[in-house]
Ligand binder design. Structure first.
Ligand SMILES: [Zn+2]
Length: 661
């Protein structure tokens, strides 16, 4: 060890000791603005499937507006009857799970009052900002007698009763299994003028839709949960203590900082597995019958933690809870909540079908894209589901193999990015909608295909166009700049433009708006084709010539005009390379700006073109047809894609049940 290293070593030791001795709070400084803070005391009636709770909401007006009304989500009313917007949109089923007859759930506010001020209960009024459905009761507002002033903090005292639905979509119960999400009265986000798309101060508080549900401000949660003594509980945040109540119940106290939601689960059947990755405690709650999936859950959670840590930034929370729901409650699976995710071992019962891993990696990814970066999932779901799907393709393909990360079973192989491409291309009409659309507006389908799959594919394309170092700097910068805030699509694109300019100058023009205008806001497709190869023997000059060359018929003297034509079949325009391979083994690489309808490349010489390929490196993952990318003068060997296409139907079925997380 040289002296410099030794000194560094000594400093490190001293620092470690000093940090170990100092008892620091969880986060010495708040990480987020802490606008919406909740103290909730909840008691579960496991037989009646009901939760009674008191809630204290401390909310801060960080705008310069005098706010004259408040708006709240009452999510559980989505399950109140067949007339809710959620039930109408979903038809009573979601991701393959169906609502049980009579399994209704609802939330009732028993009391709501401004501390030291007016009683608000009589003023509650249901509103339906997204549709004409007067029967929907998932959003309510209260008009205030006295406005909330700039910088004023208000405290609301609320009591409520929540009847859990039978679980078919994310939240509810099955026998004695409870997944309790979207369960308490939750204030919307007040957006002052200039924030995201707001031109004047406004509440952003959407109804609960069958596809989208998340947008909330960050805060501190102190939640105590009373359950039967035999129940195992998992929740957002850290469990600080537990108390036996001297009857048949116990109470668990949870504390979460700088999160924007709180969810919990309870069941007497869970087995608990504890593990650790660096500073993060991993707690897996698994059904005994899924015990064989333990390592798959743990390893994929660690893989995701490691990848995000190296890639975009630190996971700041001290823990993550991974919940494995029972098979009969699989509608609760594949969900994200702050520091708590639900998996789906049902999807990966076969060895070689890595959907347990895929779902875990995906849901963990939401800790970043939705959790730490708090985009509006209602209005711009591509920013969380799409960026997350892109993240998932990278983690899965790099951890479990580019061609095998989803399926490696009975000779069938499929990687995660390949699967995203199939999800996009497998849609009946890949031009039916743009990717930037309110989540509930995919009336003719395509929510999964556009928001998840197409985004993953166009992000993979962008990565290949800009190069991975530039792409990674974009993702890191976006994360650092927007964590604990609410970015819009424009904010993401601004980061892309900034980093691209900084690293690549004007290689792609003044900005990358042309890219997002096409793939995000536009509906057209990208398809480049190698249209033709032509090798023409050029005749020797004939006729009366002033200088008569000596006749030479040797092969070496043959002259060809070799040509290829590449075409743009789609409306999307991308720069693209073309690789041309000659019979003598020589290769040349051409670049086309891809703007015109077609482009010819011509070569005069002694050699003929054997084959050519447009986009030889498959940069344009968004190209809807790889099969027409190359041509050869010899009979082509059967493309590997054929086998994948045969498999398409089966994969689509899986995607339909598993991709909408
Ligand atoms: Zn998701």
């Amino acid at each position: 060890m040289n002296p410099i290293l030794f000194r560094l070593f000594a400093v490190t030791i001293a620092f470690s000791i000093s940090t170990a001795l100092a008892q620091k709070p969880l986060f010495p400084q708040p990480l987020s603005p802490r606008i919406a803070n909740y103290d909730i005391s909840a008691s579960l009636d496991a037989k009646g499937k009901t939760i009674r709770a008191t809630e204290t909401l401390v909310w801060r007006n960080t705008s310069r507006d005098r706010i004259t009304e408040l708006q709240f989500h009452l999510y559980l009313n989505a399950f109140k009857n067949s007339e809710s917007t959620f039930m109408k949109e979903s038809g009573g089923s979601s991701r393959g799970a169906a609502m049980d007859v009579g399994g209704w759930g609802w939330i009732n506010i028993d009391k709501m009052a401004m501390r030291g001020g007016e009683d608000l209960k009589a003023k509650m009024e249901f509103i339906h900002p997204d549709d004409d459905n007067a029967a929907d009761q998932t959003v309510m507002r209260v008009r205030l007698a006295r406005p909330v002033l700039p910088n004023q903090t208000i405290t609301l005292d609320i009591s409520f009763t929540a009847k859990m639905p039978t679980v078919f979509a994310r939240t509810g119960y099955y026998n004695d299994f409870f997944m309790v999400g979207q369960w308490f009265p939750k204030i919307g986000v007040y957006e002052p003028a200039g924030m995201r798309y707001a031109t004047a101060g406004q509440w952003n508080c959407h109804q609960f839709h069958s596809t989208t549900e998340f947008y909330a401000d960050y805060g501190v949660y102190n939640v105590d949960i009373t359950v039967p003594k035999s129940f195992v509980v998992g929740a957002t945040g850290l469990r600080e203590r537990e108390r036996l109540n001297g009857d048949t119940t116990k109470t668990l106290f949870y504390h979460g900082e700088d999160v924007h939601d709180f969810a919990w689960t309870a069941s007497p059947r869970y087995e608990v597995v504890e593990d650790k990755w660096e500073h993060v405690a991993i707690r897996l709650l698994i059904q005994p019958e899924h015990r064989q999936h333990t390592e798959r859950y743990i390893q994929s959670t660690k893989a995701a933690l490691q990848y995000f840590h190296n890639w975009v930034g630190k996971y700041p929370y001290p823990n993550v809870t991974v919940v494995d729901p029972p098979i009969k409650a699989f509608g609760a699976g594949g969900m994200e909540y702050p520091t708590l995710i639900t998996g789906g071992s049902i999807y990966g019962l076969m060895e070689g079908v890595k959907l347990t891993e895929m779902v875990t990696v995906h849901e963990f990814g939401h800790q970043y894209w939705y959790g730490l970066v708090g985009n509006n999932e209602f209005e711009e779901p591509w920013l969380d589901e799409g960026l997350n799907q892109y993240s998932e393709t990278r983690i899965m393909d790099e951890t479990y193999g580019i061609k095998t990360s989803n399926i490696d079973f009975l000779g069938y192989r499929l990687g995660d990015l390949e699967s995203a491409r199939l999800g996009y291309l497998g849609m009946p009409n890949p031009k039916i909608a743009p990717t930037r659309l309110n989540g509930w507006e995919y009336k003719a389908g395509g929510y999964g295909g556009f928001v998840y799959s197409k985004t993953a594919v166009f992000m993979a394309t962008l990565e290949r166009l800009l190069g991975r170092p530039v792409m990674d700097e974009i993702m890191r910068t976006y994360f650092e700049r927007w964590q604990f805030r609410h970015p819009s699509s424009r904010d993401f694109i601004a980061v892309v433009n900034e980093i691209t300019q900084k690293r690549l100058g004007k290689k792609y023009g003044n900005d990358m708006n042309w890219y997002f205008d096409q793939v995000l806001y536009g509906t057209e497709i990208c398809d480049y084709e190698l249209t033709s190869i032509n090798n023409r023997r050029i005749s020797k000059p004939e006729g009366v010539l002033d200088t008569q060359a000596k006749t030479d018929t040797s092969a070496a003297s043959r002259l060809y005009e070799a040509r290829i034509v590449v075409s743009r079949l789609g409306e999307v325009k991308m720069p693209v390379d073309v690789l041309v391979h000659f019979e003598n083994g020589k290769e040349t690489r051409e670049h086309w700006d891809g703007q015109g309808r077609w482009k010819e490349f011509k070569y005069r010489g002694g050699d003929r073109i054997q084959w050519a390929k447009v986009d030889p490196d498959e940069v344009l993952q968004i190209d809807t047809n790889f099969l027409n990318n190359s041509k050869t003068l010899e009979v082509d060997s059967a493309p590997a894609w054929k086998y994948t296409v045969k498999f398409l139907f089966w994969i689509q079925n899986i995607l339909q049940t598993s991709s909408l997380f």
